[in-house]
Structures are given as C-alpha cells and as structure tokens.
Ligand binder design. Structure first.
Ligand code: SAM
Ligand code: SF4
Length: 328
C-alpha cells in the first residue's frame, strides 16, 4: 500500500487522458486554447495501462479518467475496457463535459463504465454558452438522458459555482436533485493556472451555497463511504438525487486527501495546487523495470504536501499548469 509521510493512504489515481478539449470554460481555458502537446508527448495507452497496473499493485483502488476532454481522445473507450479488466480495481469513473456523451454512452456502458461525472454549470442554455463559450447545452442534456436511460449510477453533475454567472441557479439545481436521480456537486472555483477568463471575484463559498439550498427545504446529511470523494453530501427528504459541496478553498479536505494525479504527458502530481511533479514518461521510455518505476512513485508520494496553502481565491495562483492539463 502507498502511504505518504502524514499517514494518508493513497488509493485514488486521476489520469488525464488528453490536454485537448472541445470547450473553453471561462475558469479553465483561455478562449484561444493552450499550446497543444505533441502526440508523442502524450503517454500511449500501453504506457498508461502499465502504470495503471503498477499503481493497482501499489494499492490504488479507484481510477478516474479526466482531461482535457477524455472522450475526444481516439481509442479512449477501448482503453477504458482494458482498464476495467485490471484485477484489483474497485472503481473506474469518468469526468466528461458530456458533449460527445449521447453518441458514446452505449459504447461506454459496453466497456464496463457505470459511474460518470458530467460537468454542467448551468441549466440555462444561454448562460451555459457564456460559461463554456459554446452553445451546446442541449447536446450535453441529451448525453445525460442517454446515460440515465442506460442505468449509469451514480450520475454526478459537477457545477462550478460562479458569482454573477450561475449563482441564481443554485435552487434550480437543488430542485433537479429532487426530481432526478442526479448527484449535484457544487465545486468552489479554484485559482489554478491562469484560470483564463475567471477572476477571484467569481468565487462563491460553499457555506453560501448551502445556505441558499436550505431555503428550498430541510436537508438531510448523507454519510460518505470508503471511496467517496471529499464532497459533503445532503438530500431533500424524498429526493431521487442529492446535493453535495466540494470546497477545496473554504473547507480544506487535505487531511483526508487520498489522491494522486497523472498528467497526459506522464507527470505524477501529488497535490492539485503544487507544481511539484515527478516525470514517469522518461523512465518508462528508457526501459525502467517495474521495481524502478515503483520506487519512483513511492519517492514522489513521500513529497506529498501536508496541505495546500490557499484559504482564499485571491491568494496568488499556485500553479503554472492549466486545470485542463491537470484534470481537475
Ligand atoms: N473536460 C472534462 C470536464 O469538464 O468535465 C474533464 C476535465 S475538467 C478539468 C474536470 C473538472 O474540473 C470539471 O468538473 C471542471 O468543471 C472542473 N474545473 C476546471 N477548472 C476549474 C476551476 N478553476 N475551479 C474549479 N473547478 C474547475
Ligand atoms: Fe474543457 Fe473541462 Fe476545462 Fe471545460 S472544464 S475547458 S470542458 S477541460
């Protein structure tokens, strides 16, 4: 098993499949995009599978595929099917913007995917278009309907809460969690990378979101289980879904952080806010043995910081990489 110096067990790996994306969310990417990595800079599926197998042997139980937009990478779904066959993996999931979901939902299901997070920051097509810079709300909505019809569970909807943009939709999302079996996850805006078109004055603290949700009715707390993430979760009585808050800035969850991140160019990151990265691509390509790679991974985890230093979105930005390159 992998433990860091603070006795946190690391059992969750987020793999970024690509730095490319078919949207340009204000808080994540500049309008013109970011310089693209060359094809040969990206880890191949073979390399990713080797690292995934090694990680599972080291105690990783949960893998999430992210990006950029993971569904834009050719061959992503057959790769997921291979991943699902690794003995010892307890949980594989995907975070997607949903643009390609309607056409790929069936193939994802057949590849063994059952859990999915879909980013949808607004239920209003015009506001959605403003935040993502693409007028594609209906496409995402069709994707959500498709995964629901197939039986994906849970269907989590990620909403980055943004003052002055989608804050007046908090109750609409709360109602959605009553009517549909969706787990709505409000995420605090994080000042990562250049954060593109978003400034810290867009930050909406989780407590404020919770206070607004409570105006819709009483909320019952839901206790998380083993591999659940850092969300604090509630449901309205009789609701089909639930609401949750992910508050990396206002309520640190560093003491229970169990995550490692692998960027698409093969860098292992031990904290979303730290640019301290360990390169795995070069040793992989120079013929490192499994034992040598294991040693490199163990050494990297030894430098996982105890906590990140951000308590406010106005703090100086902590990392050079864009969120689209880190994977969220
Ligand atoms: N493209 C996919 C998507 O949007 O779901 C996966 C990658 S995206 C980087 C993963 C998650 O990070 C998304 O839910 C997105 O909303 C979130 N995210 C991106 N930039 C963020 C920021 N600055 N603050 C908070 N969340 C952010
Ligand atoms: Fe693309 Fe996801 Fe970033 Fe939006 S949040 S620009 S969909 S990677």
């Amino acid at each position: 098993m992998l433990f860091d110096p603070f006795n946190r067990r690391l059992n969750y790996l987020r793999i970024s499949l690509t730095d490319r994306c078919n949207l340009r969310c204000l808080y994540c990417m500049p309008e013109g995009g970011v310089p693209k990595l060359a094809h040969e800079d990206i880890l191949s599926y073979e390399e990713l599978l080797r690292l995934a197998r090694l990680s599972v042997a080291l105690g990783i139980e949960k893998i999430r595929l992210t990006g950029g937009e993971p569904l834009t990478r050719r061959g992503a779904i057959p790769f997921m099917a291979e991943l699902a066959r690794i003995p010892g993996i307890k949980d594989i999931s995907l975070t997607t913007n949903g643009i390609l979901l309607a056409e790929k939902a069936q193939a994802l299901w057949e590849a063994g995917m059952r859990r999915i997070n879909i980013s949808l920051d607004s239920l209003n097509p015009a506001v959605y278009a403003g935040i993502t810079r693409h007028d594609l709300f209906h496409q995402v909505w069709m994707g959500i309907q498709a995964v629901e019809a197939l039986g994906f569970q849970p269907i989590k909807i990620n909403v980055v809460a943004l003052k002055g943009l989608n804050e007046n939709e908090i109750l609409a999302f709360g109602r959605l969690s009553r009517d549909k079996p969706y787990h709505i996850r409000f995420i605090e805006f994080m000042p990562v990378g250049s954060a593109a078109g978003c400034q810290s004055d867009r930050f909406l603290p989780a407590d404020e979101i919770l206070a607004r949700l409570q105006t819709l009715g009483p909320l019952e707390s839901i206790n998380g289980q083993g591999l659940d993430g850092p969300a604090r979760r509630w449901a309205y009585p009789g609701a089909r879904g639930e609401v949750g808050l992910i508050s990396p800035i206002s309520h640190h969850f560093c003491p229970s952080c169990n995550r490692l991140r692998l960027t698409s160019d093969g860098k292992l990151r031990t904290c979303i806010f730290s640019d301290n990265e360990t390169d795995l691509r070069q040793p992989l390509r120079q013929g490192a043995s499994d034992d040598q790679l294991e040693m490199i991974i163990r050494e990297a985890t030894a430098s996982k910081p105890k906590e990140h230093p951000l308590h406010s979105p106005v703090a100086p930005q902590r990392c050079q990489r864009q969120m689209s390159a880190i994977g969220g």
